[in-house]
Ligand binder design. Sequence first.
Ligand code: ADP
Ligand code: ADP
Length: 234
Amino acid sequence: KIIIKSEKLCKSFSNGGIQQHVLKNLDMQIYEGDFTVIMGPSGAGKSTLLYALSGMDRPTLGTIEFSGERISEKNQDQLALFRRKHCGFVFQQIYLVDGMSIMDNILAAGLLVNKNKQQVLKQAKEMLKSVGLNEQIWHKFPTQLSGGEAQRAALIRAMINQPDIVFADEPTGQLNSQSSDMVLNTLTQMNEAGQTIVMVTHDLKSARRANRILYLQDGLIQGEYHLGKYQGSD
Ligand code: ADP
Ligand code: ADP
């Protein structure tokens, strides 16, 4: 089942008066339940595509449908509401508030949508435990965690409201190999539990976790590869 569909998607930027056409009439679909990876050379427009598909940025031309609803015609306020309701995000830079404990970071995100604090707390505890983040880190601050732990906590924060889809932009880009593996294991685990994921990466090892790889070059999807289920260990 298609969750996101783009048609004739164009995105251009004006850099110093010169029009740069980054996405050029791009047609693509994202399927529910997939772990899709977008690869391609640096500067190909991978992040630009992710931002358009997730309603973080509006396309220059073309349409994007999310579960049949045209998000490309929404204004910024409507897009903000749409994202809060349907999307979770993680980035290369780990977005956790430094002055708040890990648990408070997650509760703050959860309480934006569900006002029942006991329910959100219970959910947060279960999710943290399921990815191996145990009680001793719940009251630590983000800077007291390893990079891999902090990024996994950021993933839980992104998923606390049970989004329809999670967008990850180079989520292991700042991590050492061991921490990267922990974060990738968490993403794989979430996907196996049914979470739809779209991840941008230039790292082949990360891309192997996907079941579908899209190769972006010269403003278009130039290749599509299907992978079997990830069997662990590289
Ligand atoms: P990738 O993620 O594949 O490395 P990006 O999507 O970040 O590529 O960028 C693709 C191109 O679009 C780059 O040449 C970049 O300079 C340009 N670009 C991206 N965002 C902006 C922006 N907000 N303003 C101007 N140019 C941008
Ligand atoms: P990585 O190399 O993956 O970033 P670290 O060596 O930074 O990992 O962290 C390893 C362990 O040490 C983690 O369990 C983390 O919680 C703990 N840790 C790191 N820094 C601190 C700190 N400042 N205070 C308390 N615990 C810490």
